[in-house]
Design a protein around this ligand. Structure first.
Ligand SMILES: *Cc1c(COP(=O)(O)O)cnc(C)c1O
Length: 373
């Protein structure tokens, strides 16, 4: 079946009373039959819940995986992958990974004995050189946050396989609508469902979708159920609702982004636009090869440095100066301010999450904000 159909139907069985929209199962516990077994496999809400099961089935279908595990945040999903490794294991991660991902690897898990090397993931030789006999995981994030650098997923898989490491791809920005990491050979696709999958800036969540229900995924499941960083039934319900329109929304975000990017690329106050759809983007060919569209995220560097960038963020009226992305409303953010002293983000960079407003209105807003920058 096609993605648009799966986004609406996958995970939902016929409801016993005919409800088209599934009920939210708030119950924390489930009646056992006379033989002591649970009637539908549900026992206790931390270990499983019908809303979560439906969400996981839908996510697995969208990513073309066989199993999914969902979490209370994208970061909890990331942390679960790392916790499924053993102390002393080595991880190769991108030097421009989502800030909190890098921080987890560097600061939280270093005392726990995890080794991590950060490389330019767009350089396959750098990935190969970073591999050690103890490398168990190569973490990919593409397009990356906030510079929208693009990593060749199949290329990294090839290199990692040679070294016996598994590959996890943070697919938050592209979504399964535009990019299918498992089909490109990756072992796990990771999501912050807080972003495009939820799509309305009203639910925090994370997910891991695996190509195989292997020993590693069994460990992921164990950490999910026993560690308990699980999404609430209502969170799962909101995510199922959001995902129904994911293919439509992502296409509309992408169309709007292309128009906004075309405007920004010609603007004298804009030093550079980072968007993988631009022919001048350094990994444009890789992006065109592995993505079916270039998405709703772009970053710009404003002429005049940090002060000019902050002036633009302060002057927008339709865009909101706020963190996060993937919702229907457009957001703009000075990333360096939120990333703190260890950041590698240029001080004149603004990240744009291009929403679903009319593109002419978005362009007019940026035009007036850049005017005085
Ligand atoms: C937001 C985000 C995360 C973290 O997800 P949370 O839901 O905020 O924990 C990870 N990776 C990327 C690319 C993100 O945008």
């Amino acid at each position: 079946m096609n993605l648009e159909t799966l986004a609406i139907h996958a995970g939902l069985d016929a409801d016993p009373v005919g409800a088209i929209v599934p009920p939210i199962y708030l119950s924390t516990t489930y009646t056992r039959r006379a033989d002591g077994e649970p009637p539908d496999g549900f026992v206790y809400a931390r270990t499983d819940n019908p809303n979560r099961a439906a969400l996981e089935a839908r996510l697995a279908a969208l990513e073309g995986g066989v199993v999914a595990a969902t979490f209370g945040s994208g970061s909890a999903a990331t942390m679960t992958v790392v916790q499924a490794l053993a102390p002393g294991d080595h991880v190769v991660a991108p030097n421009d990974a989502y800030f909190n991902t890098a921080q987890l690897l560097r600061d939280l898990f270093a005392p726990w004995g995890l080794q991590a090397t950060f490389v330019d993931m767009t350089d396959l030789d750098a990935v190969r050189t970073a591999l050690r006999p103890t490398t168990r995981l190569v973490w990919v994030e593409t397009p990356s946050n906030p510079l929208l650098r693009v990593t060749d997923i199949a290329g990294v898989v090839d290199v990692a396989r040679g070294g016996g490491a598994r590959v996890v791809v943070d697919n938050t920005w592209a979504t399964p609508v535009l990019q299918r990491p498992l089909a490109l050979g990756a072992d796990i696709a990771m999501h912050s469902t807080t972003k495009y999958l939820g799509g309305h800036a009203d639910v925090t969540g994370g997910a891991l979708v695996a190509r195989e229900d292997d020993d590693f995924f069994q460990r992921v499941r164990l950490i999910q159920r026993n560690g308990g960083a699980v999404p609430s039934p209502f969170d799962c319900w909101l995510l199922l609702r959001g995902i129904s329109t994911l293919p439509l929304r992502v296409r509309a975000h992408t169309e709007n982004a292309e128009k906004v990017v075309a405007f920004l690329s010609d603007h004298p106050k804009v030093e550079v636009v980072h968007y993988p759809g631009l022919a001048a983007h350094p990994q444009h060919a890789v992006a065109a090869g592995q993505m079916s569209g270039f998405g709703g995220m772009a970053s710009i560097q404003v002429r005049g440095g940090r002060a000019a960038a902050l002036r633009v963020a302060a002057r927008v009226r339709l865009f909101t100066h706020a963190t996060s992305l993937g919702g229907v409303e457009s957001l703009i953010e000075h990333r360096q301010s939120i990333e703190g002293p260890a950041t590698r983000t240029p001080d004149n960079l603004l990240r744009l999450s291009i929403g679903l407003e009319h593109p002419d209105d978005l362009i007019a807003d940026l035009a007036q904000a850049l005017e005085e920058a």
